[in-house]
Design a protein around this ligand. Structure first.
Ligand code: HEC
Length: 175
């Protein structure tokens, strides 16, 4: 009697464990090699410089989120020198928070420069545990490309959104 109950307990917990073990990767899209390489490069993005003052700002377009954008050293060089296009290896990571009071972002939007050519970006979104978010990864992600085309003058990066002085009195107002 007693033995049966113990056996039942053991089998039941083994079942629970196996369900928990497979439960966490659902249908998460596998990252491509390229995505993985960019995610590795971006892993320490919080140590990079931010565009603007680093405070959360209301996003112009990214789903009403609050955002903060980090740029790696290569991207930062291009922005401070105002010498567009960005060079291969430039990387921009935008944290998106659903609310201003959240402690951590809900999603990261990322652009990695594939070559020195104007507009040649690889687009990605990641969850904070670096899983591909919403299947967004690739050099031709229509929804990202179409909107970012509006920033064609600065290689598709909305530099002016951060109040960055473009020099020569040009603040992004076309003056
Ligand atoms: C409807 C327009 C729109 C769409 C669609 C869009 N973006 Fe953006 N994105 C912006 C704007 C505007 C900014 C400037 C900061 C802000 O206001 O959020 C921005 C900023 C960024 C930044 C920081 C660098 C910069 O240009 O300021 C990254 C990285 C980024 N977006 C990635 C993506 C990715 C990846 C996608 C596709 C999943 C995407 N964006 C789709 C409008 C858009």
């Amino acid at each position: 009697m007693k033995l049966q109950r113990i056996l039942f307990g053991v089998i039941a917990s083994a079942l629970v464990l196996s369900v928990v073990a497979c439960g966490d990767d659902d249908d998460a899209e596998e990252p491509t090699d390229e995505t993985e390489a960019y995610f590795d490069m971006a892993a320490d993005y919080e140590s990079w410089e931010t565009l603007g003052d680093g405070d959360l700002m209301a996003s112009g377009d990214h789903g009403g989120d609050f955002v903060r954008t980090y740029a790696n050293a290569s991207a930062m060089d291009t922005i401070s020198d105002e010498d567009y296009p960005f060079a291969a290896g430039a990387l921009l990571v935008k944290e998106q928070y659903s609310s201003e009071d959240d402690d951590s972002p809900s999603v990261l939007s990322i652009m990695g420069k594939e070559s020195d050519d104007d507009g040649d970006w690889y687009w990605m979104q990641a969850d904070t545990d670096w899983e591909v978010h919403g299947g967004v990864q690739g050099s031709d992600v229509g929804m990202c490309v179409d909107c970012h085309a509006a920033a064609a003058g600065t290689d598709q990066v909305f530099v002016e959104a951060y109040g960055i002085d473009m020099g020569n009195g040009n603040n992004g107002n076309g003056e």
